[in-house]
Design a protein around this ligand. Structure first.
Ligand SMILES: Cc1cc2nc3c(=O)[nH]c(=O)nc-3n(C[C@H](O)[C@H](O)[C@H](O)COP(=O)(O)OP(=O)(O)OC[C@H]3O[C@@H](n4cnc5c(N)ncnc54)[C@H](O)[C@@H]3O)c2cc1C
Ligand SMILES: O=C(O)CCC(=O)C(=O)O
Length: 341
C-alpha cells in the first residue's frame, strides 16, 4: 500500500514534536512540516521551557497527568543520554513559594517531578514574605536548542520542512492525505476558532551564571528560571494582548520583582527582553475533523491551544495526535480497499 502523505502545519514546539512522533512511530507515512515561522521566531522560542504543569480546566486531571508523565519520562531519558547537551535538556532544582498556604499543598503532578517535598523552616528564611514552599527537581528545555534538535531529527529521518503561510487547510488537499494542525494561536484565524485567545508574556533573559536554583512565586507571575545559556526572569500574563513589542515598564517591574526574591540579580548582565503570545484555550484541541468540499474529504487532526503549559505536556499530546493520525490512516486504507472490491 502507498505511503500516506501527512502535512503538519506549524513549526513551534507542538508541530515539531508531533511531526517527530508521527514520523518515528508510523512507518506507512511521509511527513512534511509547513510553517510561516521557524525557530528562533516562534512563541516556543520565548518560553522558559520549564516542566511546571499548568491546569487545563477543560481536561480531566488524569489525562493531563498522563501527558505530563509521558513528557517528563521522555525528556528525562534524553537528559540521561549523550543527546542531552544538543537537545538542551537539563535538570533544575528549586522552590515554589507562597505568601499564604495554597489550596493544593500537594499538586496533582507532585509524584511526576523528582523529590517533591515541603520546604523546611530554614529554607523559608530566604523568603521572609512567604509562609509556605515546595521544593522539587524538574526538567528544563533550552527552547531554541530543543526546537533545532527536533528539526534535525525530522530531517534525519527523511521528513521535509517548508516555509509557507497557509490561509485555508483545504489548500493542502491536492498534495496531502492527512493534515495535522499545530498552528498554535494561528488557529484563531486559520480555523476561525474564537475559543483560543492570546495571553501575552514578557520575560527577560539575563546573564547571571551564579543563579542555579529556580524560584517561582505561587501566584505564577514572578519566576526565576536558570538555564544553560541564561536565566529567564518573568513575567506577565496579559489576556487578549497581541503586542510583541517589549514594554519597558513591564521589564522594570519584572526585574524589581525578581530582585526582591533573589537580590543577587541586581548584578545580572546582558539583559534581553523577549515577548510571546501564549495560545490559550480552556482545553487543548486534540481531535479529528473531516473537512468536506464538493464531496471530497480531507481528514484533519488538531493539536493546538497549549497555553502556558506546552513544554510540560508536549510529548503526551504528540502521542495522542499520532494515535488519531493512525486512526485516519486506517480509515483511508479501509476506504481504498473497499473501492478496489
Ligand atoms: C513568556 C512565556 C513563557 C513560557 N514558559 C513556559 C514554560 O516554562 N513551560 C511551559 O510548559 N510552557 C511555557 N510557555 C508556553 C509555551 O511556550 C507554549 O505552550 C508553546 O510554545 C506552544 O507551542 P505551539 O507550537 O503551539 O505554538 P508556536 O510556538 O506559536 O508555534 C505555532 C507555529 O504555527 C505556525 N503557524 C501559525 N499559523 C500558521 C499559518 N496560518 N500557516 C503556517 N504556519 C502557521 C507558526 O509560524 C509557528 O511556527 C511559555 C510561554 C510564554 C509566552
Ligand atoms: O508558569 C511558569 O512558572 C512557567 C512559565 C510559563 O509557563 C509561562 O510564563 O507561561
Amino acid at each position: 500500500m502507498a505511503k500516506q502523505k501527512i502535512a503538519v502545519v506549524g513549526a513551534g514546539l507542538i508541530g515539531l514534536s508531533t511531526a517527530v512522533y508521527i514520523s518515528e512511530s508510523i512507518s506507512k507515512c511521509s511527513v512534511t512540516v509547513i510553517s510561516d515561522k521557524f525557530t528562533p521566531n516562534t512563541t516556543s522560542d520565548v518560553a522558559a521551557g520549564m516542566l511546571i504543569p499548568h491546569t487545563y480546566l477543560g481536561i480531566p486531571i488524569h489525562q493531563q497527568k498522563q501527558w505530563i508523565r509521558e513528557t517528563f519520562d521522555y525528556l528525562f531519558e534524553i537528559n540521561n543520554s549523550s543527546e542531552a547537551s544538543d537537545a538542551g535538556i537539563h535538570l533544575v532544582s528549586g522552590w515554589q513559594i507562597f505568601k499564604t498556604i495554597p489550596d493544593e499543598v500537594l499538586p496533582f503532578w507532585s509524584d511526576v517531578v523528582l523529590g517533591f517535598r515541603s520546604m523546611t523552616e530554614e529554607e523559608l528564611k530566604k523568603f521572609p514574605q512567604h509562609r509556605f514552599g515546595q521544593a522539587f527537581t524538574t526538567l528544563k528545555c533550552d527552547c531554541p536548542s530543543y526546537l533545532l534538535w527536533l528539526e534535525k531529527r525530522l530531517k534525519g529521518n527523511g521528513s521535509q520542512v517548508y516555509a509557507r503561510r497557509i490561509k485555508d487547510l483545504w489548500e493542502l488537499h491536492s498534495k496531502y492525505d492527512i493534515v495535522v494542525n499545530c498552528s498554535g494561536i494561528g488557529s484563531r484565524e486559520l480555523m476561525g476558532d474564537l475559543e483560543i485567545y492570546p495571553v501575552r508574556g514578557q520575560v527577560l533573559k539575563v546573564n547571571a551564571p551564579w543563579v542555579n536554583h529556580f524560584i517561582r512565586d505561587g501566584d505564577g507571575l514572578t519566576y526565576i528560571y536558570p538555564g544553560i545559556h541564561n536565566v529567564t526572569l518573568g513575567g506577565t500574563r496579559q489576556k487578549d494582548n497581541w503586542s510583541l513589542s517589549p514594554d519597558p515598564r513591564s521589564s522594570k517591574d519584572i526585574f524589581d520583582r525578581c530582585c526582591a526574591l533573589e537580590p543577587s540579580l541586581q548584578r545580572a548582565q546582558d539583559i534581553k527582553e523577549r515577548v510571546g503570545v501564549r495560545p490559550t484555550r480552556l482545553a487543548v484541541r486534540l481531535q479529528k475533523e473531516i473537512l468536506v468540499h464538493d464531496g471530497k474529504k480531507l481528514p484533519v487532526v488538531h493539536n493546538y491551544g497549549h497555553g502556558s503549559g506546552g513544554f510540560s505536556v508536549h510529548r503526551g499530546t504528540a502521542k495522542e495526535a499520532a494515535r488519531l493520525v493512525g486512526e485516519c490512516i486506517a480509515a483511508l486504507e479501509g476506504a481504498s480497499s473497499k473501492a478496489k472490491l
